[in-house]
Design a protein. Structure first.
Lengths: 93, 161
């Protein structure tokens, strides 16, 4: 919706077919992570996409995923060692 | 469906009660399976650098038990245990998992599928839980809620660009 340009919150409510408090909550989250920007325009608040905000979302991974990712990176190291050991064993034969 | 990825590990949520984790390894599945099942090897990666693995016991057969004791960075111990329900060497493992601090909680069921292609191995892991609340707890944060919302919004944004 915001791709079309800057919009007041009421337009977003209408377009997303969600209740206003829900939309506000979503916008708050998006604003906190820098995906949208807001500016006051009289009594209305105008929202727009912050293109630069799309990058940080990659960094914004859950603790869960970081755990598994770290785990598997450690497994990579174990596998490298097993592979080297196998090659070494082959050389011995 | 929510999708996130950091580096090569892909976490997706195919349903309210399932977490899917996919990762490719640069090794044949023969070796990946060994690293996945031999206690001395498992202990070297399972904590992912968060704390240390103190004890890891596995009786790798259907009906066989396993138990893992970890020491967290703050010095506290945490233990998990469960039972293998399916063991197909180098193909598939299914086991239950109970966090001993919450012994009455229904166990998580973990499935690991090993697929080799051109000397590389993709491991698909499913974590199946009883309900969405448990899943979200596993995912470990209120942050995930925010992330889910953000990703849904992001998908909509990207689709409309």
């Amino acid at each position: 919706v915001l791709a079309l340009g800057e919009r007041p919150v009421n337009d977003l409510v209408a377009a997303l077919e969600l209740a206003q408090p829900q939309v506000s909550k979503h916008l708050k989250v998006l604003r906190e992570v820098g995906l949208v920007e807001v500016r006051g325009d009289g009594r209305q608040r105008m929202y727009r996409i912050n293109g630069n905000g799309l990058k940080p979302i990659h960094d914004w991974v859950s603790a869960f995923e970081r755990t598994w990712s770290a785990r598997f990176d450690a497994l990579d190291a174990v596998l490298e060692e097993l592979k080297e050991k196998e090659i070494g064993d082959d050389d011995d034969q | 469906m929510t999708t996130t990825s950091s580096d090569k590990t892909k976490v997706t949520l195919p349903s309210d009660t399932r977490i899917q984790i996919v990762r490719e390894f640069d090794a044949p599945k023969r070796l990946v399976y060994r690293a996945w099942t031999e206690p001395d090897l498992v202990r070297r990666w399972i904590t992912g650098g968060y704390g240390e693995s103190k004890l890891f016991e596995v009786d790798l057969r259907p009906g066989g038990k396993w138990r893992h004791v970890m020491v967290m960075p703050d010095g506290q111990e945490g233990a998990l245990h469960g039972e293998y329900t399916e063991v197909v060497p180098e193909e598939k493992l299914v086991h239950t998992e109970i966090y001993e601090a919450m012994p009455d909680a229904p166990p998580t069921i973990e499935t690991n599928l090993f697929e080799e292609h051109d000397g590389r191995t993709t491991v698909t892991t499913y974590l199946d839980v009883v309900d969405k609340a448990t899943r979200d707890m596993l995912l470990g944060s209120g942050m995930m809620d925010g992330m889910e919302v953000a990703y849904t919004m992001l998908e909509e944004l990207v689709q409309s660009l």
